[in-house]
Design a binder for this molecule. Structure first.
Ligand code: GTP
Ligand code: MG
Length: 556
């Protein structure tokens, strides 16, 4: 074919492809960032954003015939990927132009009793006027929520080792490829609402949606990025004429952020299809707009001017990519904490998932040899292109994974999980602060019960909200879990497969059951007459047994 179309055409064609790639996904940057098989978060985001812009979200009747559905959409262009979840389908076209032609063929809904807000978006509904062809072949509908805890406990009990349980837990909980695509698509749909006012903006997901530690069904943290606005770096002439934009001024950057969020929050509330239950939380340390995106089911937090959080996301992502044990341990500890009520989905005096993740990272830095490097080390490896100072905070760390040399630690997941509980069961929270920048404990400033230094805003404590009761619960549960896992380390033998197979809970499964100590405490509280001795005895026995196990291990 090259012979027949000629060299000139080939060159032109390649130039077009090259321009397309550079313009649309910044491929040259992506290639640099993909060294050694690692993709930087920047590269992942660029790729996903580009996919999202070519995608639409379509509500379709559960009886819609998949083949006819796809044939209809193929009239507008090649479909690169599609999937169904609930009553929705995500359809990604091969080219962005297909979206424009799809819009041309899309109707405004019939008015009926209501009047429509004339705002067009890529959230569409497929209607079928043809009642004959409603029979459907089964469609694979993907789950967007993680499996219920009881099911997970049963599943883990069937595994052969604690290491396998931990891997299986991560697989069951982690975001799927589709959930990830859907998250970027929601950001892209919301960007279309903001773009008439700020055409150069982007809305990027951050936090657990992209840091590698996201669980199916986790919230969608979004960041309205206006940094790309052109003209910021335009050089002023030393003399002569030049033009500048007339813009409204406000007293501080915080007020600008609040005004932007307030304005676009109103637009989302009034025009945004699918955006419901919107609240503006503008007085928070980090102002935000919270709402539910109904078609995806995501609870969304939209922030602006939140670049430090973006940097923490990038850092967590990097740590998660360095060694697979990092993600496995974080998923397991997060799941355990949720099952035990250490973390909750609403804000309060409890430990947040972010704090818990930093605690796991710190623990991994304290292994001998360390499994992950300190943030100071990552900063020392940074090149000039990595330099980042945000509001006087040094957020510099290396982005080129190939510069990071890891030490050869061969500990198993089982060892690490047991050691994690022991580490925090006996950590001196009263006097010491957790510091992943230095990778070692620091003397704690007076005040908060739990002190975890914010990795970038180093004068702040990420766990400032945690009170003594919640910290006490965390420590008590670490002690109990440390003991429990020591007692149930091996999978029960699975003889006698005839008849009813009963599942024995063991290993990680046991850690996800309600705490026995707390159960006893609850009972005691509910019956005031009950004496406290039995519980105390129970705890004493448990601690004795823990000590005995430790001594045995030390001797062997
Ligand atoms: P889940 O939403 O609970 O799954 O985890 P998450 O990591 O997304 O936590 P969250 O939604 O609470 O916060 C989103 C992101 O904001 C985190 O991943 C961090 O990057 C950042 N963040 C949250 N809390 C703090 C904090 O106290 N200090 C700093 N610097 N960043 C924070
Ligand atoms: Mg989150």
């Amino acid at each position: 074919r090259l012979h027949t179309i000629g060299r000139g055409s080939v060159v032109k064609c390649l130039q077009k492809v090259d321009t397309f790639l550079h313009r649309n996904i910044g491929t040259n940057v992506v290639a640099v960032q993909e060294k050694n098989g690692f993709k930087s978060l920047y590269a992942v985001q660029a790729e996903r954003q580009e996919q999202a812009e070519r995608s639409v979200l379509i509500s379709c009747h559960s009886m819609t015939n998949e083949k006819r559905f796809l044939e209809y959409l193929a009239n507008y262009g090649d479909i690169q990927k599609y999937f169904f979840y609930g009553i929705y389908a995500v359809v990604e076209f091969a080219n962005k132009e297909s979206i424009a032609s799809l819009f041309e063929g899309t109707a405004i809904p019939g008015i009926g009793m209501e009047t429509m807000m004339p705002f067009k978006s890529r959230l569409l509904s497929m209607r079928n006027l043809d009642s004959v062809d409603l029979r459907n072949q089964p469609k694979k509908r993907l789950a967007q929520q993680s499996i219920p805890i009881n099911e997970l406990i049963q599943r883990l009990s069937k595994e052969e080792s604690i290491d396998q349980q931990i891997t299986s837990l991560t697989e069951a909980h982690q975001l799927t490829e589709e959930s990830c695509r859907l998250r970027f698509l929601v950001c892209s749909l919301l960007k279309d609402i903001v773009a008439p006012f700020f055409p150069e903006c982007t809305i990027k997901p951050f936090g657990s949606s992209v840091n590698g530690f996201g669980k199916l069904g986790c919230d969608l943290d979004m960041f309205l990025d206006l940094d790309g606005i052109s003209g910021k770096n335009a050089t002023m002439p030393k003399s002569g004429l030049f033009l500048e934009y007339q813009m409204k001024a406000a007293k501080s950057e915080r007020i600008v952020t609040q005004n932007i969020l307030s304005g676009i929050g109103t637009c989302m509330d009034l025009f945004g299809p699918g955006c419901v239950g919107l609240h503006k939380i503008l007085d928070a340390r980090c102002p935000l707009v919270r709402f539910t995106h109904q078609p995806s089911g995501f609870q969304c937090d939209l922030t602006a001017n939140n670049r430090v959080a973006m940097k923490s996301t990038e850092l967590l992502y990097l740590y998660g990519e360095l060694d697979p044990r990092v993600r496995h341990l974080v998923f397991t500890v997060r799941c355990w904490a949720q099952a035990q009520g250490i973390t909750k989905s609403i804000p309060g005096a409890w430990i947040s998932n972010f704090s818990l993740t930093v605690m796991v990272l710190f623990f991994l830095q304290r292994r001998n040899p360390p499994i992950i490097p300190t943030l100071e080390h990552l900063r020392d490896l940074a090149g000039p292109e990595d330099k980042s100072v945000i509001e006087d905070n040094d957020c510099t760390f290396v982005s080129d994974f190939s510069k990071i040399q890891l030490e050869s630690n061969t500990e198993t997941l089982e060892q690490l999980l047991c050691e994690f509980f022991e580490f925090y069961a006996s950590f001196s929270f009263q006097t010491l602060s957790i510091n992943i920048r230095k990778g070692r404990e620091q003397n704690k400033p007076v005040g908060d019960p739990l002190h975890i230094q914010n990795p970038f805003e180093t004068t702040l404590n990420v766990s400032k909200n945690v009170n003594t009761t919640q910290l006490g619960r965390f420590v008590a549960l670490c002690q109990e879990s440390s003991w429990l896992i020591q007692q149930n380390k091996t999978a029960p033998s699975r003889g006698g497969t005839e008849g009813k197979a009963t599942i024995t809970l063991w290993g990680v499964s046991n850690l996800l059951l309600p705490s026995q100590i707390e159960e006893v405490k609850r009972k005691q509280n509910s019956s005031k007459k009950q004496k406290f001795e039995p519980t105390n005895q129970w705890i004493k026995d448990m601690l004795k047994s823990m000590k005995a196990t430790n001594n045995q291990q030390n001797q062997s």
